[in-house]
Structure formats: C-alpha cells, structure tokens
Design a protein around this ligand. Sequence first.
Ligand code: B3K
Ligand code: ZN
Length: 868
Amino acid sequence: PSPIRLADYRPPAWTVSQIELEFDLGIDSTEVRSRLHLRRDPAQHVPLRLDGEGLELIAITLDGQPLDAHAYRYQDEVLEVEGASDDSVLETRVRVRPAANTALEGLYLSGSREQGFLLTQCEAEGFRHVTFFPDRPDVLARYSVTLRADRARFPVLLAGGNPAGAGELPDGRHWARFVDPYPKPSYLFALVAGRLEKIERGYRTADGRDVKLVIWAEPDVIDCCGYAMDALERAMRWDERAYGRNFDLDVFHVVATHDFNMGAMENKGLNIFNAKYLLADPDTTTDDEYRGVEAVIGHEYFHNWSGNRVTCRDWFQLSLKEGLTVFREQQFSADMNSAPLKRIDDVALLRRAQFPEDAGPLAHPVRPSQYSEINNFYTATVYEKGAELVRMLAGRLGSEGFRRGMDLYFDRNDGRAATLEDFLAALGSANGIDLSPYLAWYAQAGTPQLSAAGRYDAATRSYTLTLRQHTPATPGQPDKRALPIPVKLALFGPDGRMLPLHDGAAEQVVVLEQDEQSFVFPGIEHAPVPSLLRGFSAPVILDYAYAPAELALLLTHDTDGFNRWEAAQQLAWRAYAELRDGSGHEALSVWGDTLAGLFDQDGLDPALLADLLTPPGEVELAERETDVDPARIHALRQALQRELAARIGAHVLAGRYRTLEAQASDALDAASQAQRRLRRRVLELLVLLDAAKAQALAAAQFDRAATMTDRLAALAVLVRSGAPQAAEALERYRTRHAGNALALDKWFAVQAQIPGEPALARVRTLQANPKFTLKNPNRVQALLGTWARGNPSGFHRVDGEGYRFLAARLAELDALNPQVAARLATAFNGWQRLEPARREQARAAVAELAGRRLSRNLAEIVGNMLKG
Ligand code: B3K
Ligand code: ZN
C-alpha cells in the first residue's frame, strides 16, 4: 500500500453535521445503526465514500429508501454510495464482533466473557471498526448515542456527552442516551457497558458549572480510585488557573480497564484509562506510579481543550495536541511536585527514548511528512520532542506572552480542526512576533548538535561565547538547515557565585539562528564558567569543553537544579569514557569526590541527591558509541558506580542507609518519597561494594516494607545482584500479589531486568508461566518490553538468541495485536550501530521477520528498520 502524504491533504468532499447511533450490545455480536446527516462540499464532485473495516453490512438506506445492490459498493475497506446529495441522510445497520477483537481497536471486550465489560478505542482510526463514517479528524459532527443491552449483564451504559434519558425495555433489557453538544471528530467517540462500580464527586468550575465527576472500575478495584479522583480535581483547578480553561459538560466519566493498548484516551466526556495509570494504593503502587497517575489524569483532562475543543486537521498534526498536552502535563506535574526533579525526569526520558529514535532508522520529524500506519507515529518524537518545542516557544514568549498566545489560539480555533501553522500564528500574533522560523523544528528530524566555546578577554573584561550548530542527516533528509536554538545561560565566577550580566540580570537567553554566531558579554569581572542551556532550554546535544573542575563547580553551585544534575551527568560521561579507554581518572576522581562531598551536605534534597548519584543509563551511554557492545557498557557502568560507591565509602553508605531507614514511613508527601528514592540509590551503590551486607539489608527491607516502593526496590536489588535471597523473595511477592494484575506485572518486569546472558532463560521461563499471555498489552510490556527495550545487556546476546526469540514472539503477537507488536519491534532500533557480530545477528532476525506476512503496523516498522 502506498503511504499517506501530508502534501496530498485535501479538505473532505463530504462531511457529517450530525450522527445518531444506536447500539444493541452483545459480547459476541453487537448491532450498530447509524444515521448520518451528510453535507457535500459544493466545490468537489466525488461520490460519497465512507471508511469501514471488518463491518458486516446488514441494511442500508439513503433518504429513507433501501438501496439497490448496484447503488453501493463495499470493498477494500471503503463503502461507496451513489446518489447522495447535500442534506442526504444515510442509514446503515452493521454487525461487529467485540469478543473476537484482539487488536483492542474499535469495540472490544475487556476481561472475561462472564465478568468483563465492553468498551471502545477509536483513536486514531478505530471508529471505522464500529460503523461507516468519514473517519478523519477534520470531520466534526454532533453525536447522539443510544445504548441498549441486557440489564443484568450490562447494568452500566455510558457514552460521551450529557445524559439524555434512560429507561426499561422488554425482556430484561434497558437503554440509555447521551447527547454531546460539542461537534467532535470520530476518534473522540467512546462507549462503555458492563458491570462497573463508581466513585463520584461534585465539582463547580470557576465559571460556575456544576459537574459530576465519576470514576468507574470493576468491583475488585473500585477502592483504588480515590487518588485519581483527587488528582482529577487538582488538574481541573490547575487548568482553570494556569490557562483559564473550564470543563464544559455536566458530567465527566473516567473508566479503568486492564486491557488497553496505551496509557489512556481522552474521549470527550468519557476518558478511558489503562488501569496502570488510574488505580493506586500504597500496598501495590510505587511513588513513581503515583506521579504517573497524577500526570496521565492531568494529560487526558487537559486534552479536553488541547485536542478536543481544538482538534487536529489531519494526523500529521498529531503533535499539535500531543506535544502541547505533554507540555501542559509537565507544567502541572512540576507545580504539584518538584519542578527541578520533574525537569530531570523529562530530559532523562527524552534522552533515553527520543534521542535514539532521532538517531536511528525510525527518525521522523515532529510533524512527519508521510506514514503508512498512523498508529506507528505515537512516538517519543511526536510527544516528548513535541513538548520540548512548545517549551521553547513558551520560553521565547515569557509566561504572560505565552498565556496571551494560548488564549488567542483557543479562541480562534475553538470547534475547529487546526494545524501547527495555526498554533504558531496565534502565539505569534498575540505577541506581535513572527514565530514561523520555528516551523523548521517541526519539519526537520534529527537532534541538533550544539557546540559552544568561550573566550575571556581580561583587558576588555568581555566574554565571547561562540555557538555552532549541526544536525546530522536522517533517513530521507540528507541536508539540514539551521534552526532557532534558544540558549538560556548564566556565568559563574571562580568562587561559585553568579556574575551579573551587563544589564544586571543573572540569566539571559541568546538565540542561535545561523550555523554559527558569537555573543559578547561586556563587563564580566572574571573568566567565567558558563552554565549553558539552563533548564534544558532546547532539545539539542551540547558540546562544551569543560574542564572537570569547572563541571564540579557547576555541580556544587549552579542555582539551576537541572543544570546541577546536568553537570553530574557530563562528569559521569567523562569518567565513563576514561574507564572505557583507560585514559586516566581525572574526571572519575572529580566526579566521585564531588558527589562524596555532597553526600552529607545539609539542605540538599535527598531526591535530587539520588538523581545526582545516578550516571547516564546504558541506552544513553550506547548513543555516543559506534560498534556498541551492550555487555561491555553494562560492565563499565557497574564499574563506574562501584568507583563512586568506593569514594563515598561503604561505612558512610551503610550509615546513611540506617538513617534513612529510621525515617521510613508510608506517607506520600515529597519528603517521604525523597527518603525512599535516596534509600534505594544508596542500597544500589552499596551492593556493588559489599554485596553480602547490602543483600542482607535488602532482604530485611523486603520483609518489613510498608510501601510498594520500598518492597520493589529491595526486590530489584536482590534479583539483579543475583542474591541468594532472591528466589524466596520473588516467591513471597508472587503469593502476596497473586490476585493483583498490576502488582504481578512488576513481578514479571523485575525479573526481565536481570543483566546479561541469563536474562533470556528467565524470560523464556516466565513466558511459559500460566499468568503470562500475549493478549494483555500490560503483561507483554512488563515481560517482553522491559527485557527488549529496557535491558540492553539482557537482550543483545552475542549469540543472537535474544533477537530470534523476540522476532518469533513478534510474529505471534502481530496476529493478535498489531499496534502492540509494532511498538515492541522498535526494540531493534539502533541495530546498525552494534558491533559486527551482534549487528549481523540482529539484521538477520529482522530480515527474516520482514519476509513474513505481517500487519501494516509491523511491516512499516521492520521495513523502515532495514532501510535506514
Ligand atoms: N491520544 C491517546 C493516544 C491514542 C493512541 C492511538 N494508537 C492518548 C494520549 O496521548 O492522551
Ligand atoms: Zn495525549
């Protein structure tokens, strides 16, 4: 099939002003009647064509008349109808089969036939699996949805919009109707039906609307929804304050399911969540997961404006809603928790997930120019790099200017399907600035490399900073142009104090717009140490030839929490390179000794300390190498951390561990979370120095843990260090949490992280465990995703067995769930940079897979993988 191209976009020839849907719901068979009120674009003369996939057509009428067999044709996933005109009403009746739907796209069954419930997932193109429709985001219609079902089997019936009646039917059946007053694209349609329980809360919006907030879940987990409800209320208040956005329906439903392809979905008025991002309780949820629930609750809620009220013209504009909403979610999380820690987390994620994407065969711009399967483009580039671009724009405009721009964006585009040009135009015209140069960031793939060099002239007391940029070629984009790169900076004197800049400010933003530019700072009293790209002001790779002592100065004194961490990362990187190349130990000493010095410093946030003590991960380290040998990188990173542990000292580490242990609590406040984060880090360092002692501490921690965070941290240390206590701890964990799917996922995941060659044997054993199934995306991610995407030394075996094992699982999975298979296949990203033996094994495994009959999803990923 030929790819879809942005350049080929045409407005729809036919639109739908209103749709009336009626569902007769059943697990094996559901009947869907739809009445479409059609509008024709007078400028275009093409027959009516509607999307429809896997639909069994039962009846079709146009303007009340049954259609002859020759007046319509349903083939190749398109229904073509003759004789329709502007204002025609097309009515169809189709049958779909929810229980047979393993792709979890369209209408499907979550859970068992006996107890499970029905739900839909329509983004991006699931609605065409429900009924015939112009299934594209620029067709906005008013929805009226009537659900009918057996009352005993489906006591709860939900769809997006405001409730508009309900009642009884003969034979134990009942009905409910929902009308959504806001025109919306089909990808935002949703329904849910089954035996669900709820928690409920009243909420009054800032503009005075009384809204009912309802969270629905299966009876066994309804007690785990309270945290999400609180988070939802916080998110709603925050969006009112930060963006002046109010909720706009009378009721807001949120539903949890264990069977979901991604994190959650922002369907209008009926958000549907992967249970992983909704359910929370202290016995089974870690601190990181609590923050994840809050963030995703916020993210989906914020989509009500950035995505739903203002939607995307076409799927190439996906980052218009996703990059923007991730940015809003990041701001929300930063406000609710610690802003510097949030920034560190986000940049670490960008480096771990997006930089490798941008540097490999799957590289694509934030606004891709073509795709064959849009579901393959819900990527770190569209989401995380997209959010970085919004952050750059927000930084350029300042907080008031950005708010002005956002107000205008929402105002101008409310009820419309917009483009990234519309976004930049609104931000720009609200501020009298031309932001169109930033469009290049959306069109150009690859991570820019920014080199910086400074020169201090003591005679004139001026400092000159020279910046140069270069973006390496990516597949299909050999030549790159210069991008506007905002560099936020400050200058530090030798005593660690900030040097005032000429206008008295401590901090300034310079924007590099050409390939190379110099910026002069007059009136600088000393040769400075520059703190560059503060807060990570642009998503680039910075190269500046700092002396290790200069990085130590920033690590100790920088007032930007993010750049303190960044200095530690840079030092760790250099220390790692010294170990690898046997090129001395200058950076190693400076890194280890500076951190050892900070270890006992009062007033340093323990959570920040934990992050400072963490060197770049194995995926990030591999990014800077050619002929990558993941086993060697693992060994070197362990050696690096052992050096750090040695410089701090076993005695000091153990002492700090005991102090932290004495403070242990099961509270969720920032201080308790920070204590747990540092305690874990200390244990991880100690185990490298004195394994027996640390393992004994971990075993005791596992026994007594009052939170999942502490229990899982202890278990991870035991399992990954191959402790003699590991097997028993795993068994006790399994028995304790046997009935809890999310806790059991963590049992699979922790074992998938065993380093090195033994990982595969464990993965094979776990794959044969009766609790493992390829049908559940969370379980697949927990075992196969953690191993293949998060455990490089475990996946990249030198004999290639890891690659062949994954390829075989991908082929099986693809037959069930193409979206999940395609995402898992990205584990092969970066294979071209492996050392020759692994490279050949990986290539052969991917090529063998490419030769099979695959879904469009998986075929596109493996095809691109081999092209790059
Ligand atoms: N918009 C959904 C993602 C849909 C993915 C479709 N394959 C979740 C989100 O970003 O909020
Ligand atoms: Zn989103």
